[in-house]
Design a protein around this ligand. Structure first.
Ligand SMILES: [Zn+2]
Length: 192
């Protein structure tokens, strides 16, 4: 049986988080790469949209976690834990979290995306004006920058499209200048 078939069988073809049945999809829990039944869940359209867009979170929808957090399946427990962490300021999700138990491996995967960290502890990239930078943003350089390890100078005013963030350092982003991928310090760029 494929992973998807196993998920459909174990969930009776319903969303493993809310029991909805609309547009069910297999969801691989990030940052997992190799899908298996312990890191994949079957979720409906409503759940998936909110999992992927924290700004769309509708706390009431997630009252369903009251039940699904007790699932026997590790992957479901992990996603329940993440969504409860995301909503913990509402109060009731924190009460549920206090009752939850994940084993060490499951907890390590659950924590991998930082849902349990406060915003201030997350690595946030900001440009020279303090504007938050996201992957895929376009920026311009606000001064001439020497490119390390080459004789190239990236000129002030150069547009850098589709930047990547350094997830370990809030001061670094990457982008292409003259066809070359370079590391750029965030305080020398402005988001466009
Ligand atoms: Zn759902």
């Amino acid at each position: 049986m494929s992973v998807l078939q196993t998920l459909q069988a174990r969930s009776n073809s319903s969303c493993e988080l809310c029991t909805g049945t609309e547009q069910l999809k297999q969801y691989l829990i990030p940052p997992s790469l190799n899908e298996n039944v312990d890191n994949s869940v079957l979720v409906c359209k409503t759940c998936l949209e909110q999992i992927e867009n924290p700004e769309l979170m509708d706390a009431n929808h997630w009252r369903c976690l009251n039940d699904s957090m007790w699932s026997e399946h590790i992957a479901v427990q992990i996603m329940a834990w993440r969504m409860l962490q995301r909503l913990r300021k509402e109060g009731w999700p924190q009460d549920l979290l206090d009752m939850m138990y994940l084993d060490d491996d499951a907890l390590a995967l659950a924590r991998a995306t930082g849902e349990d960290q406060d915003e201030s502890a997350k690595i946030i990239h900001r440009d020279s004006n303090g504007v938050v930078l996201e992957t895929g943003d376009n920026v311009v350089l606000i001064k001439d920058l020497k490119v390390k390890g080459s004789s190239m100078v990236a000129k002030q005013g150069t547009a850098v499209r589709n930047i990547r963030l350094d997830h370990e350092n809030a001061e670094y982003i990457e982008g292409k200048v003259d066809g070359q991928q370079i590391v750029i310090i965030t305080k020398y760029v402005k988001k466009t």
